[in-house]
Design a protein around this ligand. Structure first.
Ligand code: ADP
Ligand code: MG
Ligand code: MG
Length: 915
């Protein structure tokens, strides 16, 4: 609700700063931080922020303005005019110019457009010329304004190119110059007229000259941009709610383009790629706005330490020593104040430094871990904060592959190294070279691995970037669109690789005397910036080399040490356990090294996918009678037993949950005549007869068919064999001194009687085995809760179960009535339309399936207070679902080995966020 009395605009700068950093929801990230900087005495051009509430109201009322908004804006302009020493908006002798900048709660790179130099027209420009003494500067600003306004507000734009840029290029060509800065005031003045004429021709209306009309046009355009398809798409990928709205920042312009005493730049207080503690940034002299990130000119380093030895452009530290010293002091102040790595934007107007933005810098997973560990070391943050600083999902990046060292050396020796760009997003990647986002999508749909190569990227390329292995650009710095977005997506990216000569028309990339074509293979290393011709094999990350392959000593790897520090701390805070889903001794070992506290799900049927074994299982399935089945089971038993022994040894001292056979029959039956004939031969039966047996077993709905414990109910000897294999293995390894804790799990139980019967089979078998082996081991019998009926009757089922494990894959399938095998065709539309916030098979549907989990847990514990309860299934490795499981009070989650670190960190976050 907005009333006339509602505060809709908050001022900052000058004498009166009304907002602060805690007001992000209302003022957006940019507005809240501008206010905060102004409040702690950092020079910020004055202005005001229109709230996100207003945006939501306007978007919800067909772009109408709430009563009182326009008055409040007028007052805020007066504040800005005073704060900026009496410059007046729309005045012809001392004009105030404004920028209009969007700023949502979460930063959305490239999604919202900024308009600079608002308030310029043929009259006010006279004041600007007089004040600056430079008509070239004034017309450069005017030309930028008409261009930006025409594009962002009046939507004069074409599919593949910017029509204003074309006129600009044409002008440069006509004048025989290369850089924008080489155009004269007269050239720029002509351009302004040409731009306006084009606007008139295309829109049928005159370009607005009235400053107030310009201002409201820009403000409304920001509101509207919240609703554009690109913004929707970005929010969907990043799970940002659509009802947050964006704030609008209106701010006095300061000019980085007023001559050689002016500049504009961006910087990170630490390296956003590696996390190294060094002040890092880029700037351009005599430039404005996005020049630095747009890759129009090659940016220069802000400091001497950042200079490229091969191309030593002079730094801000040398050119503007005083401003640089002040910038350094500000960056220290900001890091101390925010206690986090900052991404800052600044402008120097006539040797005076102004800060235009600060925010927590986006960083790679590598940088996140290193910065957290080092800020902890520096005493800037405490242990809890260090743990919370690392986004669990980002940890997967640290486990990403790098180039095989020998293959890379060979590639260098072969002269296949083509060029070196900026190391903008870590991870090595190899694939097919594509030159457009559309081509990337097309080829990726066919299953190709692609590397998207562009001069620079823009928001239109997002989908193409999403499906690529890596991104390579010829222009732009560490803060370019490509670099920022790639890091956000966790993709490998090499940016600003100037040696590439990309020709979209010809479909070629010329580099190092060679011509690569779309469709050739190419490899990039986002950690080093190297680009190679051909495909270089990739191998395990350093962490995997230290921890899993044990090919590198922990002391040799800084990133391993930082990773280990954060995860060790996480362990201290997590109360939810993390187990793994593993079907082999190897997977078990890997998961254990990543910190798994046992196995939550060992799927025995996965052991049978090997050629030699599958025949025995098929024989069992198609057996005509108990005798036939027993024969097949006897073949299977020793294979299973030896697998279990290996797993028990790998998990010495930890619990191992083994699920009784749950084969979806259709996956195991022989397909086609050849396979049937082959199997018939091996079984010594008639092929025709076997074929009709197979046909008789074919189900019309196998997911709801004769699977899970239903198999054991009809054929108890199958359950008996499995129990025997498990318990014999347990006795054998116990004899070797292994501390073994088997947990036998009966799948797909819907009725307590099913479990009662299966349990009896297991108990009887156990008695026999222990007697035969002359040894006893402790073991548990429990069940999966993966049918709604099981959750609804969990109190009854708990009488027969010593543990529960929620099989949330099947529980999602059965609760939503959504076949996992078929949902792919329509589920994306559901997510797109926001019916489900995320794919319910990837992130637990908390309000639906989550209720069954909660109910099952509570009912189970009501019957048996010491019931162990966990969850297995894809959701165990999803941080949001992990937080839910913590909240419900489960004992553990179980996920695939490489997700174990993610789940461990997510469990710690869940515990800390609850405090
Ligand atoms: P984004 O959200 O894409 O970073 P910004 O709103 O920060 O967009 O604007 C982009 C750039 O425009 C800034 O980095 C800055 O260089 C320039 N800019 C914005 N406002 C002003 C201003 N008041 N004075 C000078 N430059 C400005
Ligand atoms: Mg921008
Ligand atoms: Mg910015």
């Amino acid at each position: 609700m907005i009333e006339t009395s509602t505060k809709m605009a908050y001022t900052f700068g000058g004498e009166n700063t009304e907002g602060n950093a805690t007001m992000k929801n209302l003022l957006g990230g940019k507005g809240a931080n501008l206010a905060e900087m102004a409040a702690i005495g950092i020079p910020v051009p004055a202005g005001f922020t229109i709230t996100t509430e207003v945006c939501n109201w306007v978007v919800g009322h067909d772009m109408a303005h709430p009563d009182g908004l326009e008055d409040q804006v007028r007052e805020a302009i007066t504040h800005t005019e005073k704060a900026m020493g009496g410059r007046i908006f729309g005045d012809s002798s001392n004009p105030l110019l404004l920028s209009v900048r969007s700023g949502a709660r979460a930063s959305m790179p490239g999604m919202m457009d900024t308009v600079l130099n608002i308030g310029l027209n043929d009259t006010t420009i006279q004041g600007l010329i007089e004040k600056s003494g430079s008509d070239r500067f004034a017309y450069d600003s005017y030309r930028r304004f008409v261009q930006m306004y025409g594009d962002v507000v009046l939507l004069v734009r074409d599919e593949n190119h910017d029509p204003f840029e074309q006129l600009l290029e044409a002008k440069k060509e006509a004048r025989g110059v290369e850089l924008d800065t080489d155009l004269t005031a007269e050239d720029l003045k002509e351009l302004v007229a040409e731009f306006k004429a084009m606007v008139k021709e295309r829109t049928g209306a005159d370009f607005p000259d009235d400053p107030m009309t310009q201002l409201w046009g820009a403000i409304d355009a920001v509101f509207q941009s919240w609703d554009n398809p690109r913004a929707w798409h970005y929010r969907r990928i990043n799970s940002i709610p659509h009802d947050w709205g964006t704030a609008v920042n209106v701010q006095a312009m300061v000019f980085g383009n007023m001559g050689e005493t002016c500049a504009t730049g961006v910087a990170f207080t630490r390296d956003p790629s590696t996390g190294e503690r060094r002040f890092y940034g880029e700037y351009l002299i005599n430039a404005q706005g996005e020049d630095v990130v747009a890759g129009i000119r090659t940016p220069q380093p802000i400091n001497i330490s950042g200079k490229d030895p091969e191309n030593p452009l002079s730094s801000m530290e040398e050119e503007f020593p005083q401003c640089y010293a002040e910038l350094e002091a500000i960056y220290h102040k900001l890091e101390q104040h925010y206690k986090d790595m900052q991404d800052i934007e600044f402008t120097v107007e006539d040797n005076k430094l102004w800060m235009l933005q600060t925010r927590a810098g986006k960083r790679t997973g590598f940088a996140a871990v290193r910065i957290a560990a080092e800020m902890l070391e520096e005493g800037l943050i405490d242990e809890k904060t260090a743990v919370l600083r690392v986004d669990p999902n980002q940890l997967t990046q640290l486990l990403l592959p790098v180039f095989d060292r020998d293959a890379k050396t060979a590639a260098i020796a072969d002269g296949r190294q083509l060029a070196k760009g900026l190391n903008a997003g870590p991870g090595a990647a190899a694939g097919t070279l594509v030159l457009s986002a559309d081509e990337a999508v097309l080829r990726a749909e066919k299953g190709d691995k692609v590397i998207l190569v562009r001069i620079e990227t823009s928001p239109e390329d997002i989908q193409g970037m999403h499906v690529s292995q890596g991104i390579l650009t010829s222009r732009g710095g560490m803060t370019s669109h490509a670099a920022v977005v790639a890091r956000g997506m966790g993709k490998s990216c090499v940016a600003g690789c100037g040696a590439l000569d990309i020709d979209y028309g010809a479909g070629t990339v010329k580099v190092a005397g060679r011509t690569l074509k779309e469709g050739d293979s190419i490899s990039i290393d986002g950690m080093t910036g190297e680009v190679f011709e051909g495909s270089i094999p990739v191998r395990a990350s350093e962490i995997v080399q230290v921890l899993i392959d044990e090919e590198m000593a922990p002391e040799e790897s800084k990133i391993f040490q930082d990773f280990n520090r954060i995860l060790t701390l996480a362990k201290g805070y997590a109360t939810l356990g993390v187990r793994t889903n593993a079907d082999s001794p190897l997977d078990s070992t890997v998961a254990r090294k990543f910190g798994a506290e046992g196995i939550g799900l060992c799927r025995t049927e996965h052991m049978f996918f090997e050629e030699a074994r599958i025949d025995a299982v098929r024989e069992m399935i198609v057996a005509k009678d108990v005798e036939g089945r027993r024969g097949a089971l006897e073949k299977i038993l020793p294979m299973q037993q030896s697998d279990f022994e290996g797993i028990f040894r790998a998990m010495d001292g930890l619990p191992v949950t083994i699920r009784a056979l749950d084969p979806p029959l259709h996956e195991f039956l022989p397909h086609g005549d050849a396979e049937i004939t082959d199997l018939a031969g091996k079984m010594g039966v008639d092929a025709g007869e076997l074929k009709s047996t197979v046909e008789s077993l074919t189900e019309s709905n196998p997911m709801l068919g004769h699977r899970g414990c239903r198999l054991g109910i009809v054929y108890p000897e199958i359950t008996a064999m499995q129990a025997r294999a498990i318990l014999q293995a347990a006795c054998v390894v116990a004899g070797e001194g292994v501390d073994v804790h088997p947990e036998i799990m009966i799948p797909l139980v819907g009725h307590v009687k099913e479990l009662e019967l299966q349990r009896k089979v297991v108990l009887e078998t156990a008695e026999q085995v222990f007697e035969e082996m002359g040894r006893k081991v402790d073991y548990l019998i429990g069940t999966m809760i993966e049918l709604p009926r099981a959750a609804l009757t969990a109190d009854e089922i708990a009488h027969e179960a010593e543990f529960f494990s929620f099989g949330t894959n099947d529980l999602t399938q059965t609760a939503l009535g959504l076949s996992r095998d078929d949902a792919g065709r329509f589920l994306p539309f559901y997510v797109e339309q926001g019916i489900y916030e995320a794919d319910p098979f990837g992130s637990l549907d908390q309000s639906g399936v989550g209720q069954l989990v909660r109910m099952g847990f509570e009912k189970g514990r009501a019957t048996r207070s010491d019931l162990k309860v966990g969850i297995c299934g894809e959701h165990g490795g999803d941080p949001k679902s992990v937080a839910f499981c913590h909240d419900v009070g489960l004992n553990y989650v179980s996920c695939s080995p490489y997700r174990v670190p993610v789940a461990r960190l997510a469990a710690a976050h869940a515990a800390l966020n609850q405090e």
